[in-house]
Design a protein around this ligand. Structure first.
Ligand code: AMP
Ligand code: GLY
Length: 425
């Protein structure tokens, strides 16, 4: 089969890497890709917003199947567009992708079907949001833009004054454009965060290994929120019993709720959960694989990913019994100095050629210069990781690999998954 992957991050490099292992896959294309994954896939630079150009590409290259990595094209309806033209694709259609594309949609769905999540109110008028904030007791509260805001749309506010400011920026200053013209104000929850992944064909589902990502830029979960500085799986905080509780109270009811609403959801349901004292609650739903969770979740999947994607598209996921490696995987993101604020790019990356075969190296912001060297081209440059029989040895291997890699002003967290190690003991 000839497969096309849409996207350019570490998640997409991992998807390409995993699909390349399938005996069903002869050739992989990627739009736009990055320098690392271009070693496994033929990369082309087309805008993901130009659905006509994408369908022309699919026809011209004889692509049999497309996998959509990021949320924006899903929310914009790329899947509907392909399906209307008879091109098989993995990912939810526009209506289903609202689960991530609209916080108000997903919160209302959860409220209506009794799926545990933070209490919330929605607003389309700033004045009403301010009045509501005034009525709350003093304390932390969370303000979220309704629409997609490149992962920056959720603001955890330490007090009501900060929340007023967040509402003002979103609704009056429109810092996220139309995505912030409606907001959700929700209860502040506490607990460990975990990411769980279900792949569904709309009828049946399979689950992947639960993971944990590290969003803050600095060790000790300090510093600013980023796209993710590392991850590991399986999460030590989600015991098999708690995972089952999360499936029974969240994932299965969500699939049932979507069915009851007449929405055919085919793709990944990624639930960001908070393990609160009252049990697992949904922080948010995403309609695609997580980044950087995919970089540890897919290496732990033993089964053929292409077979799973085909089963989803053909509505026969019930036939699939996935198998997993019994071990742990860890990845650490190497970022450009200054990220997530201002950073410079174009730095030569050295040490990659010395890595052993089993090192997991997934590029994100990389290019090649005219001398054929890898150079940095983004904030998150690559994720380097390992899969081992124990979490401790996976952490040790990942950091040993990283010790040999360098670029000017390279920054990475030194404590990825280390707290999880303490939890186990
Ligand atoms: P989101 O974009 O919705 O995933 O939110 C980004 C981050 O904000 C999450 O990973 C949490 O750390 C935090 N967060 C979001 N909602 C809440 C909440 N209701 N209570 C506490 N923290 C939250
Ligand atoms: N790991 C966070 C995300 O993919 O949204």
């Amino acid at each position: 089969m000839r497969v096309l992957v849409l996207g350019s991050g570490g998640r997409e490099h991992t998807l390409v890497w995993k699909l390349a292992q399938s005996p069903k896959v002869d050739k992989i294309f990627c739009i736009p890709g990055n320098a690392g994954l271009c070693e496994l896939a033929e990369c082309h630079n087309l805008p993901l917003s130009d659905f006509d150009a994408l369908t022309d590409f699919i026809r011209a290259k004889g692509v049999d199947f497309t996998v959509v990595g990021p949320e924006q094209p899903l929310v914009n309806g790329v899947v509907d567009y392909f399906q209307e033209r008879g091109f098989p694709v993995f990912g939810p259609n526009r209506q289903a992708a609202q689960l991530e594309g609209s916080k108000i949609f997903s919160k209302k769905l959860m409220a209506q079907y009794g799926i545990p999540t933070a209490d919330f109110r929605e607003f389309d008028q700033a004045g009403e949001a301010f009045d509501y904030l005034d009525s709350l007791p003093e304390g932390p509260v969370v303000v979220k833009a309704d629409g997609l805001a490149a992962g920056k749309g959720a603001v955890v506010c330490p007090n009501r004054a900060a929340a007023r400011e967040a509402v003002h920026h979103m609704m009056n200053d429109l810092i996220f454009k139309d995505a912030g013209s409606r907001v959700v104000i929700e209860e502040f929850m506490t607990g460990e965060e975990v990411s769980i992944f279900a792949i569904t064909d709309g009828k049946d589902l399979i689950t992947l290994t639960p993971a944990q990502d590290f969003k803050r830029s600095l060790d000790g979960d300090l510093g600013k929120n980023t796209g993710g500085m590392g991850s590991y799986a399986p999460s030590v905080y989600l015991s098999p019993e708690l995972h089952q509780t999360a499936l029974d109270t969240i994932i299965y009811p969500t699939l049932k709720a979507l069915q009851a609403e007449g929405i055919l959801y085919q793709g990944v349901i990624y639930a960001g959960l908070m393990l609160t004292p009252a049990g697992p609650k949904v922080i948010e739903f995403n309609c695609r694989f997580g980044d950087p969770e995919t970089q540890v979740v897919l290496p732990l999947l033993q089964s053929d990913l292409m077979e799973i994607f085909l089963a989803v598209a053909e509505g026969r996921l019930g036939e699939i019994e996935p198998s997993f490696y019994d071990g742990s995987a860890v990845c650490v993101v190497l970022a450009s100095g200054g990220y997530p604020d201002f950073y410079t790019t174009g730095k030569v990356i050295s040490g990659l050629e010395g890595l052993p075969e089993e090192a997991l190296v997934f590029h994100a912001g990389t290019q090649k210069n005219e001398r054929g060297q890898f150079i940095t081209s983004g904030g998150r440059v690559m994720a380097v990781g390992a899969k081992q029989s124990s979490l401790q040895s996976a952490i040790d291997s990942a950091y040993r690999y990283i010790a040999g890699i360098s670029f000017d002003a390279m920054h990475f967290r030194k404590d990825i998954a280390r707290k999880a190690l303490e939890h186990k003991i």
